[in-house]
Design a protein around this ligand. Structure first.
Ligand code: ZN
Length: 136
């Protein structure tokens, strides 16, 4: 079994910014040349989540509004005695830092409307790293 890892960097706006990772993940799968296997997308950050979503403006905005209802930015957080982004850490922990997608016939087995997205919950623009590891 071969393992191929690609590292990407990107800029985000923070504040629930949703970034479509599908093109870069698909390119990593193409480059790996794997017919059948697994692709893992992981972010090494504590205020970013990765999930699957229909990437369109309404759904992206809905997600931001849902996380605001679940984990309000203005609520009190113990972390905020040393920082200003307690809400972002909690949101990221709930969403999780990775997704795995099967690779079938050399392609990501995503549904028609499914995209792999990064959501940056931090309260300011950031530079982010994304690991895409393909095994097969
Ligand atoms: Zn913090």
């Amino acid at each position: 079994m071969a393992v191929t890892t690609k590292v990407f960097t990107l800029s985000t706006q923070g504040n629930n910014d949703v970034v479509d990772l599908t093109p870069m993940v698909g390119a990593a799968v193409d480059a790996a040349g794997v017919t059948a296997g697994t692709c893992t997308v992981f972010v090494p950050h504590t205020t970013v989540g990765v999930t699957a979503l229909e990437f369109e403006p309404g759904a992206n905005r809905d997600l931001g509004e849902v996380v605001e209802r679940l984990v309000p930015q203005a609520a009190p957080y113990h972390h905020n005695v040393m920082d200003s982004n307690g809400h972002a850490h909690a949101r990221a922990a709930i969403m999780g830092p990775s997704v795995s997608v099967p690779v079938l016939d050399g392609r990501l087995a995503l549904g028609t409307w499914q995209s792999v997205v990064l959501v940056d919950f931090d309260d300011r623009p950031r530079e982010r790293t994304v690991y895409v590891q393909v095994q097969g």
